[in-house]
Structure formats: structure tokens, C-alpha cells
Write a protein that binds this ligand. Structure first.
Ligand code: RRO
Length: 300
């Protein structure tokens, strides 16, 4: 009843671990897979990056503000992690990739595909790194990256978009046109916190990305707009803390839902609770499959 087909990937539940949430270890991925439909890795680039100096994460009453700064070991060292993850996982592995231009995106994505990734997610939307966010903001750049990747990859290509732009539906439509198989939305919201004693931004990078309950209504709006603009599937995420939030994203147009920040407050248990809640809602509202529920808020 909860199983879905997502751009050709088979998910036993419509729930996904979003990029960047829980480290990079295949043994860890294996341990958490039972309640998940698919796992997304941290965004990987061409070269190793240390990321930003601390503090990189600030807990707030209504979410988390992060500026990790794309820390990752680089694709050449990550290949063996993908290979081992594939040996250990029964569920699809989506490898998130970023680059400074379309050639870098392609190099990382091609190596990930060769290593056994089930899908690629092109991260066009890190909120505080100009290096990456410009691709979500500029339709021409987005088109260039997506068409380069889609022209070469055989596995499904998802494109992760930023909410920090005027018309997310338009960028989504450009990505669909350029060959994307699905849209992931939303990344975190560009934000800032200032220390009253230091009188300076707390994050070393000054700007960060806000996630958690505060951004959920914004995610609903973005997914609703993307659903109106494209016919490829949407992986919806943004401030999901319970099954009601997940159902809301599905009714807005998401085929699958990512849960990230809520893991820090509720633990991994949240995936099972949300899956049970979605099932209960489907039973009480007469939906036989998740697909029947997707985008229902647009009808009439
Ligand atoms: O690494 C990060 O700081 C980061 C990334 Br790549 C992203 O896409 N979104 C985010 O909130 N942080």
C-alpha cells in the first residue's frame, strides 16, 4: 500500500533520507534502512573539502541553521563508499553531487553512476555557497547543468532546487525541459543569526540554511507550485515533523517525502511513525495507494 515507483526507482515506503543529514558511512546506512524508501548521500564534489570552521550548526527553537560548507571527501575517495553502500543496502542509493560548472557535475555524477548509484541528485541549491546556489537562481545555468547530466547518465536524475528564488515553478520547468527525471524540493532557506554580545553573525560563514518546522508552510507552497509547473515526480521535504506534514506535502504534489531535521529531535523512529500515520490516513480517506494521493489538493 505504501510502495511507490519514483522515476523508475522502487520504494517500499515513500520516505527518503535527504542529503547531508546523517554522515557518509555505509554501515550506518545499512542500520537505518528498514524504515526507509531510499537514502541520499551528502553532496559530493570533485575534490575533498573540509567545510566551514565551527560553529556550523545552530539549534533554534523552530529549526536548525547550518552552514556546513559542503564538507566531503571528493568523489575519487567516495567511490568505495558507494560500492560498499550498494553491497549493504536493499533500498535505492541516491548520490547527491555538486560542482563549480557542468563539467564538474558530470565528472562526479558519472563516477557515482559507474560505482553503482541508483540515481543522482544534482544539488543546485546550497543556500550559503554561491558556488552552488547560482545554478538554482539562473535558468540558463540550471539548463546547462541538467542537460549535460541528462544527456550522459543512464540512471534517473533528480534536481534539488532552492526556495531562495522568485519563481521555483519556472526553474523546475526548465529542469524538466532539460531532461530531469524528478525534482527535489526544498533545500534550506538562506538565513542568519546574530550574537548579541559579539554583535556579529554567529556562523563562521555568516549566512546559513534554515531547516525544520519554520520552513514547512514554505515547502508546501513550493511543492504546490512545482506540481503545477511540471509532470515529473517531486521528492518533497522541508520541516516534516510528523505524518500530517508528510501527507500535506503529498497532497501538494510530492510523490515521496524527505525527513531530515526532525531526526535530531525525534530520532530515526520518526520514519516508522510517519509511515504508520500515512497508512492510517490512507485507510481512513479511502486511498488504495500513495500515487492516488499525490497532488489531490490541486483538484476541483
Ligand atoms: O553543506 C552545506 O552547508 C549545505 C548544503 Br551542500 C546544502 O545543500 N544545504 C544546506 O543547508 N547546507
Amino acid at each position: 500500500m505504501l510502495g511507490i515507483s519514483l522515476a523508475g526507482l522502487k520504494l517500499r515506503v515513500p520516505l527518503i533520507l535527504p542529503s547531508g543529514i546523517l554522515g557518509l558511512s555505509p554501515a550506518f546506512f545499512q542500520g537505518i534502512q528498514s524504515d526507509l524508501g531510499a537514502i541520499t548521500t551528502k553532496s559530493i564534489g570533485v575534490k575533498p573539502r573540509k567545510g566551514n570552521p565551527t560553529p556550523t550548526v545552530i539549534p533554534l527553537p523552530y529549526g536548525l541553521l547550518n552552514a556546513m560548507g559542503l564538507p566531503n571527501p571528493g568523489i575519487d575517495r567516495y567511490i568505495e563508499v558507494i560500492e560498499e553502500a550498494k553491497r549493504r543496502l536493499e533500498i535505492p542509493l541516491i548520490v547527491s553531487v555538486f560542482g563549480g560548472d557542468e563539467d564538474e557535475y558530470l565528472e562526479v555524477a558519472s563516477k557515482a553512476e559507474e560505482a553503482g548509484a541508483d540515481a543522482v541528485e544534482a544539488n543546485l541549491s546550497c543556500p550559503h555557497e554561491r558556488l552552488v546556489s547560482i545554478f538554482s537562481e539562473d535558468p540558463l545555468l540550471a539548463r546547462k547543468v541538467v542537460s549535460t547530466l541528462s544527456g550522459s547518465l543512464k540512471i534517473p536524475l533528480f534536481v534539488k532546487l532552492s526556495p531562495n528564488i522568485g519563481d521555483i515553478g519556472r526553474i523546475a520547468s526548465v529542469c524538466e525541459d532539460a531532461g530531469a527525471d524528478g525534482i527535489t524540493a526544498i533545500n534550506t532557506l538562506r538565513a542568519m543569526k546574530i550574537d548579541l554580545e559579539l554583535k556579529r553573525p554567529i556562523l563562521s560563514a555568516r549566512y546559513g540554511g534554515l531547516s525544520g518546522p519554520a520552513i514547512h508552510p514554505l515547502a508546501v507552497r513550493c511543492i504546490y507550485e512545482i506540481y503545477e509547473a511540471v509532470s515529473i515526480p517531486i521528492i518533497g521535504m522541508g520541516g516534516v515533523t510528523g505524518w500530517e506534514d508528510a501527507v500535506e506535502l503529498i497532497l501538494a504534489g510530492a510523490s515521496a517525502v524527505g525527513i531530515g531535521t526532525a531526526i535530531s529531535t525525534q530520532g530515526l523512529e520518526i520514519f516508522r511513525l510517519v509511515a504508520e500515520g500515512i497508512k492510517g490516513y490512507m485507510e481512513s480517506h479511502g486511498f488504495k495507494g500513495v500515487e492516488e494521493m499525490v497532488g489531490v489538493a490541486h483538484e476541483g
